[in-house]
Design a binder for this molecule. Structure first.
Ligand SMILES: [Zn+2]
Length: 417
């Protein structure tokens, strides 16, 4: 019998008893009324109404959750229809969250799905505070990192919102339960995330040598002319835009070989999602939501599903990382060579497997030293750290996936490299 009881709106009692959670493996001894009551009072946020999001919405609605909210900034493209089954051909061009919500509301009586169109990073903190559980069905690491950091920050203010994160790639998938400040957060285990192939920022910005550098340049500048939206390899016009910009760039630097196929390859750089894997992973997330909503035990903490050679499902208990940049100390020390440039230093931060910074911006003494959005800081990439910061310095480093009030302190000590 479950011994974990939670309040209407808060999950605190779970956290207090979490160390004993392993004892509570038996079925809940709850009456149907109690279960119904639990499910009807939980307010759930689904982040993303794509392949995973559609499956998660279906699972939640059919399981008895009735207060469901979904956010997505994207519109429906024909290429989505092979897996995003809440949409039809007539929906092309409409917003995903609104169409998905309307479909589920029509289909499942008594369920209210409330759609939001927009970027998760633009939603106020007060909005996040109102949810009991967040399920992330996202297709990119950056948004997951941001969401994770935001929920960890809320937990610091005693607002505990569990995050269930699903991800899928071809025949592989993963699902995990993150209880902010109580279990390993997403960032604690960045080492499990395969780093994207990245090119040194200075190479892309000023010294491209191969065709892929030109495409990366186009991808990097894509959001500036598309309302902050990232380039989507599923959209023909996005790929065309990048192809044009990359070819222009290639011409400038006398580089040959930028064509449609290469551009698409660099943009996608991912294995396509399978509808069947999405549905497995989404179902796991929904099950975890059900257990959390009813105060039962939950999966600890990370599950990797590999469907390539028979089915192998492996749960792993993840440890919190005391040096985690989100829930840990958020400080690192680096030895810097006397000749080392800021560009080198930034590339080192980007290549660090546990940090996996994408496009870090650096602040020193309250001033922006490097920020890819501020062209006047670009010449600093070629300058040495010694000339910019002196022998000892503390830099403030942040990245797009980090919420505004969060940053990493980087202490540097310059010495003969
Ligand atoms: Zn962490």
């Amino acid at each position: 019998m479950s011994q974990i009881h939670i309040q209407q709106k808060r999950f605190d009692p779970i956290y207090k008893q979490i160390e004993h959670a392993s004892k509570y493996t038996e079925e809940a001894d709850l009456s149907p009324e109690e279960i119904k009551d639990y499910l009807h009072t939980r307010k759930i946020l689904v982040v993303g109404a794509g392949g995973l999001g559609c499956e998660v919405l279906k699972g939640l609605a059919l399981s008895g959750f009735s207060d469901i909210h979904v956010i997505d900034l994207d519109t429906i493209d024909i290429s989505n229809l092979n897996r995003q089954f809440l949409f039809t051909q007539e929906d092309a061009g409409k917003t995903k969250s609104e169409v998905a919500a309307a479909f589920v509301n029509r289909r499942v009586k008594g369920v209210k799905v409330v759609p939001y169109v927009g970027n998760i990073m633009d939603q106020p903190l007060d909005w996040y505070k109102t949810f009991d559980i967040v399920i992330a069905g996202l297709d990119n690491v950056e948004a997951r990192r941001w969401l994770n950091a935001t929920l960890v920050n809320l937990a610091r203010n005693d607002i505990m919102i569990p995050m269930l994160d699903g991800g899928s790639e071809g025949l592989f998938g993963q699902a995990r339960v993150i209880i902010p400040q109580m279990t390993a957060c997403y960032e604690c285990t960045m080492w499990t995330v395969t780093p994207e192939v990245t090119f040194p920022v200075c190479t892309i910005a000023s010294n491209p040598r191969i065709p892929a550098h030109c495409v990366q340049y186009a991808i990097m500048h894509f959001p500036e002319s598309h309302d902050g939206r990232k380039c989507d390899g599923d959209r023909d016009d996005d790929v065309d835009w990048c192809l044009n910009v990359a070819q222009e760039r290639a011409k400038q630097f006398n580089i040959e070989g930028v064509d449609y196929k290469l551009t698409l390859g660099v943009i996608k750089n991912v294995i396509p999602a399978l509808a069947s894997t999405n549905s497995i992973i989404a179902a796991l997330c929904v099950n975890e939501a059900l257990k959390l909503a009813m105060n039962l035990t939950f999966m600890k903490h990370y599950l990797r599903y590999s469907g390539s050679e028979g089915i192998n499902v492996q749960p792993l208990e993840m440890e919190m990382n005391p040096d985690c940049i989100v829930c840990g100390g958020a400080e690192i020390s680096l030895d810097v060579g006397e000749d080392e440039t800021l560009g080198n230093l930034i590339d080192r931060l980007k290549q660090d497997e546990t940090l996996q910074l994408k496009n870090p911006f650096v602040i020193f003494n309250g001033n922006a030293v490097y920020n890819s959005k501020l062209p006047f800081t670009e010449p600093n990439l070629e300058k040495t750290c010694l000339s910019l910061f002196g022998k000892h310095a503390e830099l403030t480093v942040s990245d797009k996936f980090m919420p505004d009030d969060q940053f990493l302190r980087v202490k540097i000590k310059v010495g003969p490299g």
